[in-house]
Design a protein around this ligand. Structure first.
Ligand code: SAH
Length: 257
């Protein structure tokens, strides 16, 4: 209940400013956190192994950076979030409306690291075309979308959501199992998330986060029926400890149901 109340004050623009503008979104060096996240995703999708009809992104928030490498490998991308304000922010970007957040530096960077010489506008167009559904979701329900996804997703992505909406590790584990129900057996799951974080800010909202260690991620994945393929982590450099949260690092997990 306290978490739900906290999210009523979540300000998408403040969240974007805190996490997706400099200093965190600085593309001049791979040592910054945003390029690190984009590289994890770009390298994982480059194998060509993760593809199919539908990819679902859980707790998309107001962001699309996490879909930039994914969108080349799926016919449809389903974005989801608990908050209408975030779904509206995403919709503005998907429709190319004025006032939407400018993701073009992210798109340019991903095209660069993917190294295919693709004009960034082509990738932007492809993601917009494939992002056809932006649905409400609640990961605390055994059926997070209110009904099963039919057919189930071929891949599942979730960035900085499950630990940011769970009061403790048991709730994190349950939430992971719930979203796992949206994925077909054999499907791939990619998780990005915070390590050692206890809160983050989004304007007037101060959201509690369950502080995770790598071992918690491993255990939760195993308990939810996933086989771990890869786990990497990043230590937040002092220059990026800006006070918008108390994150120690970031994990990236690739697992298979
Ligand atoms: N994926 C984005 C946003 C993460 S912030 C990124 O990588 O930055 C965490 C998100 O979880 C917010 O957008 C918030 O609205 C969403 N959220 C809050 N409660 C939720 C719930 N019960 N189920 C699913 N998502 C929830």
């Amino acid at each position: 209940a306290a978490l739900r109340e906290g999210y009523e004050h979540f300000d998408p623009r403040a969240y974007l400013r805190n996490n997706y503008l400099p200093p965190r979104a600085d593309f001049s060096s791979e040592e910054f956190v945003v390029p690190w996240k984009l590289r994890c995703l770009a390298e994982t999708f480059a194998s060509g192994e993760i593809r199919g009809r539908t990819l679902i992104d859980v707790g998309s928030g107001p962001t699309i950076y996490q879909l930039l490498s994914a969108c080349d490998h799926f016919e449809e991308i389903v974005a989801t979030d608990y908050l209408a304000v975030n779904r509206e922010e995403l919709g503005r970007w998907a429709r190319g409306e004025p006032g939407a957040f400018d993701w073009s530096p992210f798109i340019q960077h991903v095209c660069k690291i993917e190294g295919r010489g693709e004009p960034w506008q082509d990738k932007e167009r492809r993601l917009r075309a494939r992002l056809r559904r932006i649905l409400p979701i609640d990961v605390h329900r055994p059926e997070p979308l209110g009904a099963p996804l039919r057919p189930p997703a071929d891949a599942l992505l979730s960035a900085f959501c499950l630990e940011a909406v769970s009061p403790d590790r048991a709730a994190f584990q349950r939430a992971l199992a719930h979203v796992g129900n949206l994925l077909r057996p054999g499907g791939h799951a990619l998780l990005l998330g915070a390590l050692g974080e206890s809160f983050y800010l989004a304007g007037p909202a101060r959201l509690p986060v369950v502080p995770l260690e790598e071992s918690d991620v491993r255990e939760a994945l195993a308990a939810a029926g996933f086989a771990l393929r890869e786990l990497r982590s990043y230590a937040m450099p002092p220059a990026l400890r800006t006070g918008v949260d108390d994150v120690d690092g970031v994990f990236f997990a690739h697992a298979q149901k």
